[in-house]
Design a protein around this ligand. Sequence first.
Ligand code: NAI
Ligand code: 15L
Length: 268
Amino acid sequence: PAPRTVLLTGAAGGLGTLMRNLLPAFGYQLRLLDVRPIEGDPDAVTADLADKKALREAVRGVDAIIHLAGISLEAPFEKILAANIEGTYNLYEAAREEGVGRIVFASSNHAVGFTPRPQANDPLIPIDTPRRPDTFYGLSKSFGEDLAQLYWDKHGLETVSVRIGSCFPEPTSVRMLSIWMSPADGARLFHAALTAENVGHTVVYGSSANTRLWWDLSTARSLGYEPQDDSEPYAEKLIAEQGELDPDNMAHAYLGGHFVSDPPIWPY
Ligand code: NAI
Ligand code: 15L
């Protein structure tokens, strides 16, 4: 049967706020979790991913989990380790112990951020491209994908890992024209990831059907995802303001954009 009750971690964040507004229309009953309190929902769970007991209680009885909680940008390694690596492990352990059947994991383009972006006439980036994290943040998403594979192979816990491009109300950079996921398409993709049968561990790229697309959406489409949006209406204005991507600029040459070229955040 299709999942109905879904735990949404990271529900106070940008994507979490978009999704908690959009997903109920697909028939889901959401349980919200975040380390930050969520106004207006007395049932929301305020807990850190470090709190194993709270996670056990939060996952108990849900049909599936959408795991968005964590640090969403580059940060010192110790912080990434606690929130994204140990935190995601804690969530998977809670799900395994409570018998939750499926997790939709918010991976990121930054797990493969050091992949050169396709230039004119190059093939799209395939889903099985080698992982090339561009940051400790991207490394934590790479870890999450491997954790998901382990929990499928060893414990039969299914995951769809969504390598999200940029999910914001509108694209705000020329790079984002290629990897933008409209919030409405994001909700469609999460719905497909929750309802497709026999996903095992499936990795998909998460974006709209952008004219300037850089990656292959076929595994996402194989879940039943049919993107409806395209960033192209935003292109003329963004290119007029920012110029075309410059192949000699490192921050423009790779999928991960400026994450590739930003100086590391110290201390390690
Ligand atoms: P965000 O930073 O706005 O939201 C993350 C939420 O997680 C925050 O509300 C924060 O309080 C919560 N959180 C952080 N550490 C926590 C912990 N230890 N325990 C419990 N909650 C914790 O990020 P955004 O943009 O909403 O992203 C959501 C997820 O999607 C993140 O995992 C991010 O890496 C991933 N993602 C987002 C993309 C986007 O375009 N928005 C692109 C690629 C990946
Ligand atoms: C991400 O992984 C971040 O969470 C998000 O804030 C954006 O920076 C996005 O990638 C991006 O690459 O645009």
